[in-house]
Design a protein around this ligand. Structure first.
Ligand SMILES: Cc1cc2nc3c(=O)[nH]c(=O)nc-3n(C[C@H](O)[C@H](O)[C@H](O)COP(=O)(O)OP(=O)(O)OC[C@H]3O[C@@H](n4cnc5c(N)ncnc54)[C@H](O)[C@@H]3O)c2cc1C
Length: 416
């Protein structure tokens, strides 16, 4: 039996609240600091996928050569804000070194080690809180206009398949038969068999918060602003409102803001916020059953509860950069290529910053610099997928159990 500890979790997004629930299940007394609104972290702007096969890192070969194009075309699916270039250079330099084939393979294998556990962990989590209906276990479809378009995905598919991911290549016609709302004239498609999607990421985070509070967990509506220390241990977390919360253990799970919190502790995390946009469309006038990706257009369309959402773009910008809503509007305009009868008049736009490390691996575990801090951040494009698994691993670390999955590759000190 493990000793019960007073654990403070900083950040109540999908990752923080998942850690909080797992720690609570181990018998700890857990306090979450979340300035709110609950459910509106990056996951609110996500595609909603439990993306088991999304294991190939973002740093795909030739990245550096593409940067001038990203700077010149602000509406391209991948772009970089010119004003942010200098600040992003150190992160980007590390990012590009991870495009070497051997590194790509190693990262993909590490990510697969996590994602292959994700569906079971996610299902266990939503069943535990009494909401199994939040997951739709239906594959995701990727659509391609032509041969060249599909060929760009060849290397990614091959690497994912080599690790055991299920990808069935079919014709556009077969995709249309699976999903009659899409246009008839796509030439190729792929069915990603391991994937599934959640019905509403905001409701998911809210439900997790509700279960945590119902079981006696405390959520303080304030940001974690600082720490009091005794030697190499944190003793107190200071809230932005002046509250002092005593802690035996601290979990830093504040998405992109984890970088600034780590900095206060003398720990350097290479973490940037890669912006993406999502537009929820009410009364869309189409019946969609699958999440559909259109890589050429840089977006995906998810049939959420009560809306379809058009989501995408990868925009490198500094953490304080304001959203460019025009980018969300461009995606909605392009979405008619996939869903020709889509109605777009009732729209709600969202922006999220994916907390990205240069090696696309999340940051899970302790730093050698502070004895009682555990990091749970840097999940990039996989935070929704990996939150339940990360929660389980963080609980193992706090309980000083051997984690169920080897987390060496995810340790925060790899950036020193
Ligand atoms: C366009 C887009 C599409 C995506 N698609 C997918 C997908 O299909 N599948 C998938 O798995 N992932 C997807 N993601 C990624 C996923 O959304 C993120 O990885 C995930 O939301 C990160 O969760 P988080 O809890 O770490 O961070 P966040 O969701 O950002 O939550 C961090 C929380 O910390 C709080 N906070 C910040 N600072 C402090 C502080 N000082 N003190 C206390 N609290 C603080 C914030 O208020 C916030 O609630 C997508 C993201 C985007 C943007």
């Amino acid at each position: 039996m493990n000793a019960m500890k007073q654990v403070v979790v900083i950040g109540g997004g999908i990752v923080g609240i998942s850690c909080a629930l797992s720690l609570q299940a181990d018998g700890h007394s857990v306090t979450v600091l979340e300035p709110g609104p609950v459910g509106e972290g990056a996951s609110w702007a996500s595609c909603g996928c439990i993306a088991v096969g999304e294991v190939v890192p973002l740093s795909q070969p030739g990245m550096l050569m593409k940067v001038p194009g990203w700077l010149l075309d602000p509406e391209a699916p991948l772009s970089m804000r010119p004003a942010s270039v200098l600040g992003l250079l150190p992160w980007f330099a590390r990012f590009t070194t991870n495009s070497l084939p051997s590194r790509m393979r190693a990262i993909a294998a590490d990510l697969a080690g996590l994602t292959f556990a994700a569906t079971e962990d996610f299902k266990a989590q939503i069943t535990d809180i009494g909401c199994p209906e939040l997951l739709i276990e239906r594959p995701v479809i990727k659509l391609f206009d032509g041969d060249a378009d599909r060929a760009t995905m060849g290397a990614v598919f091959n690497l994912a398949r080599a690790l055991g991911c299920t990808i069935d290549e079919i014709s556009g016609r077969e995709a249309y038969e699976m999903e009659p709302a899409i246009a008839r004239d796509f030439k190729h498609a792929a069915v990603l068999g391991d994937w599934s999607y959640v019905t509403d990421p905001r409701r998911l985070v809210e439900k997790l918060h509700r279960a945590f509070a119902y079981r006696g967990g405390q959520v303080l509506t304030t940001a974690g602003a600082g720490f009091e220390r005794s030697g190499e241990r944190i003793t107190v977390v200071r809230g932005a409102d002046g509250q002092l919360v005593e802690a035996d253990e601290v979990v830093i799970a504040a998405g992109t803001q984890s970088r600034a919190l780590a900095q206060q502790l003398g720990i350097r995390l290479h973490l940037e916020g890669v912006m993406g946009y999502s537009t929820g469309l009410k009364d869309p006038g189409v019946e969609l059953k699958h999440t559909v990706f259109y890589p050429q257009g840089g977006f995906c369309i998810t049939p959420y509860e009560g809306e379809v959402a058009v989501t995408g773009t990868v925009e490198f910008a500094s953490l304080d950069a304001a959203p460019k809503w025009r980018r969300a509007d461009v995606l909605v305009k392009r979405a008619r290529r996939v869903l020709p009868t889509l109605r777009t008049d009732k729209a709600e736009r969202r922006m999220g910053r994916r907390p990205f490390t240069p090696d696309t691996r999340p940051i899970i575990g302790r730093s050698s610099r502070i004895a009682n801090v555990v990091f749970a951040t840097g999940h990039g494009q996989l935070g929704l997928t990996l939150a339940a698994t990360t929660g389980r691993l963080v609980a193992d670390v706090v309980a000083e159990r051997r984690p169920a999955i080897d987390i060496k590759a995810f340790e925060p000190d790899r950036f020193f």
